[in-house]
Structures are given as structure tokens and as C-alpha cells.
Write a protein that binds this ligand. Structure first.
Ligand SMILES: Cc1ncc(COP(=O)(O)O)c(C=O)c1O
Length: 367
């Protein structure tokens, strides 16, 4: 096998994963209908419910990365001509809008400046115009470092009989996510961020309201692979009968099971507090270099900090030196923030003072 260098992954994901999670991937394979494997699947589903803060029966890992989770949520509930309101405050809001359009929706983009968050009053005003059947927003916008609160969003959705969707790819297991309390109907995440697992699975959850919308469709779901009804024929063991749908990515499920066990052992509030403390330490460390965060304190996404760059520096050269001289990866700005910010991820086990000290010590001479 080609030699793989050691890196400290402080970009927007993936992050480093623990030895037990890596070792889980090397465990002997089981068949996807083996009762011992299905017991692991059931355990993973139950742990994901806890993580999402939901009692939704239909909670499972989609076989694919976070974008597959995004598609799984959209493709099941959108029908051609549906009005969909998307809060666009960064790259992943844009992607949601783009995908909804691909599935035939009439998309209304509620654009706000990148690096800011939206309140429910602004959402309500936009919904009055759009009369949506679906409202989408990104809880943890990895392109800007904003943690978008969902307070009052469900009330807006209910007023229009719309479903509410949340992208929790970067927030899940790093900051509070409580989809039942928030009234969220559709949620997806990805394993490579604060779950501290390799990329390859997208935990999702569908509320009963979302499932009722799927059941009332006029047309079949235009994807076989992501059709929640088809997938659940395999993943829902409650009737005792399970049918083949696709071959589950066995080793990835082992890894997720191991990662979830680590999260359970730490406890969610301790994990959130650790991510918050690491982000605070990072901002303090960056301050000693004269660098300031982009996002106002109340709206910061702790697992991903965007930091403003001083004018005149060759930011790409510095990132490259960090990687080649120090083995540290950080992320560039995207879209309108390209060249304006760096994106520094402190996710999973990397959310600690040691990562911060290592990065700041490496950055100081480069700046
Ligand atoms: C907020 C957000 N949504 C969706 C995605 C898409 O996930 P993936 O790259 O795993 O397909 C990402 C990935 O970075 C993300 O950060």
C-alpha cells in the first residue's frame, strides 16, 4: 500500500479519528443480513436517535457522504412544482437550493450575508411570500462558521403546513442538536465531522410528518437508492422480515458504531463543552497573532472557526507550508470568503488545547 503521511486535520473535515474507530474498520466482515450485523445496525440507529434528540423511528445512516443525506431528505419529499424556501447563508444553503431545483421544486432563496444568522421574523416574512411546502436551513454552515439557531422556525413552517429541514453535518455531536424540540422534520449529517469517523455515512432522520408527506406523493420517489420506503424494507427490523435493498457498507457501520460508543462514553454535554472550550482557546490563540474571528460570538459554530486574514498575505502559501512543513491541514475560504478567511476545524478528538497550541506555534513564524 502507498505510504500515508501523518496529518493533523484541522480543516472543515474530515478530522482525525481514534485508533479504536480505525481498528473497527479492520474487523472481519459479516454479511449484511447476518443477525450479529443487524444487531450492530439497530444499536447504531438507537444511538443516532439520542444524538439527534429524537424519537423518530426512521433514523438511520444513509450509505454515502453528507451530500447523500441531503439528497435523501430532499428527494423523498419534493415533487415537481413544490415551493421550497431555502435560507442561503453559505455554500451548503446554495447546494440545498440547487438540489431542490434539480428535483423540480420552485425554489425561493432567502439570502443573508455570509457569516450571519437569521431570525424567525425574517423567515416568517419570506415564507409569507413563498408559501413553501418545505423550509430548509443549515444548522452548522461549514463555509462561514455560523451556528444557525432554529428558534421559532417550526412555528413558521407549521403556519404554512410546510416541512422543516436542518443540515446538521457540522453541528451534530459538536453542538446541541435537538430536532424534536426544534420541530425539525428532516435532518441529515455526515460522519467525518464531530462524529470523528471517516467520511462515508450520512445519518438522517424523518419525522412522522415527513413520512406522511412521502406516503401522500403523487409520483414515485425518483431515486431507488435513496427512497426511504425501499431502504426501510432492509433497515426496519420491527416486523421481523428484512429484504435486501443494497449491500450495507459493513466496515463503515462498524466504524460508526465505535465512534458512537466513544461519544456515549464522553457524554453529550461534556462533548459540547469541550468543543466550545477548544473554539474559545483557538480564538484567544489567533488573537495573539493579531487575527480576529469573522462571526459574532453568539452565532459561532464551535467546531469550525472562520478567521479573517490580514491584507497582503499569500494565504495559500501559508496553508501549503502548514501542510508540508508541519503536517497540519486547515481550510481555505469559499465563495465570497475565498482569500478573506481561513476555516479551522476543531472536531471530535481534535477539539482540544493541544491542537490549538500546535497550530498557533506553527502559524506564528509563517505569519
Ligand atoms: C454543512 C454541510 N452540509 C453538507 C456537506 C456535504 O457533505 P459531504 O461533503 O460529506 O458530502 C458538508 C460537507 O462539508 C457540510 O459541511
Amino acid at each position: 500500500m502507498t505510504a500515508i503521511p501523518d496529518r493533523l486535520l484541522l480543516g472543515p473535515g474530515p478530522c482525525n479519528v481514534s485508533a479504536p474507530v480505525r481498528e473497527a474498520m479492520a474487523a472481519p466482515l459479516l454479511g449484511h443480513l447476518d443477525p450479529d450485523f443487524l444487531a450492530i445496525v439497530e444499536h447504531v440507529k438507537a444511538s443516532l436517535r439520542t444524538l439527534f434528540g429524537t424519537s423518530n423511528a426512521v433514523t438511520f445512516p444513509v450509505s454515502g457522504t453528507g451530500s447523500a443525506g441531503m439528497e435523501a431528505c430532499l428527494v423523498n419529499v419534493i415533487e415537481p412544482g413544490d415551493s421550497v424556501l431555502v435560507v442561503v447563508q453559505g455554500v451548503f444553503g446554495l447546494r440545498l437550493a440547487n438540489l431542490a431545483e434539480r428535483y423540480g421544486a420552485t425554489v425561493h432563496r432567502l439570502e443573508i450575508p455570509w457569516g450571519t444568522a437569521l431570525d424567525a421574523a425574517a423567515l416568517a416574512a419570506a415564507a409569507k411570500q413563498a408559501r413553501p411546502r418545505l423550509i430548509c436551513a443549515v444548522n452548522g454552515e461549514t463555509s462561514t462558521g455560523v451556528y444557525q439557531r432554529f428558534d421559532g422556525f417550526a412555528e413558521v413552517a407549521r403556519e404554512h403546513n410546510a416541512l422543516l429541514l436542518a443540515d446538521c453535518v457540522t453541528s451534530l455531536a459538536g453542538m446541541p442538536v435537538a430536532i424534536d424540540d426544534w420541530g425539525v422534520d428532516l435532518v441529515y449529517s455526515g460522519t467525518q465531522k464531530c462524529l470523528a469517523c471517516p467520511p462515508g455515512l450520512a445519518p438522517v432522520s424523518f419525522s412522522q410528518r415527513a413520512l406522511d408527506r412521502v406516503a401522500a406523493r403523487r409520483n414515485p420517489v425518483p431515486s431507488f437508492y435513496l427512497d426511504v420506503g425501499e431502504v426501510m424494507k432492509y433497515l426496519d427490523g420491527s416486523s421481523g422480515a428484512r429484504a435486501y435493498h443494497h449491500t450495507a457498507p459493513i466496515s463503515m457501520i462498524y466504524a460508526l458504531d465505535a465512534a458512537l460508543a466513544e461519544i456515549e462514553a464522553e457524554g453529550l454535554s461534556a462533548r459540547y463543552a469541550r468543543h466550545a472550550a477548544a473554539a474559545q482557546a483557538l480564538i484567544a490563540g489567533l488573537g495573539t497573532l493579531g487575527l480576529e474571528p469573522l462571526v459574532a460570538e453568539a452565532d459561532r459554530l464551535h467546531p469550525l472557526t472562520t478567521v479573517k486574514l490580514p491584507p497582503g498575505i499569500d494565504e495559500a502559501a501559508i496553508r501549503s507550508a502548514l501542510l508540508t512543513q508541519h503536517g497540519i491541514e486547515i481550510g481555505a475560504g469559499l465563495g465570497p470568503l475565498a482569500g478573506q478567511v481561513w476555516r479551522i476545524g476543531l472536531m471530535g478528538g481534535n477539539a482540544c488545547q493541544h491542537s490549538v497550541d500546535t497550530l498557533i506555534a506553527a502559524l506564528r513564524p509563517l505569519l
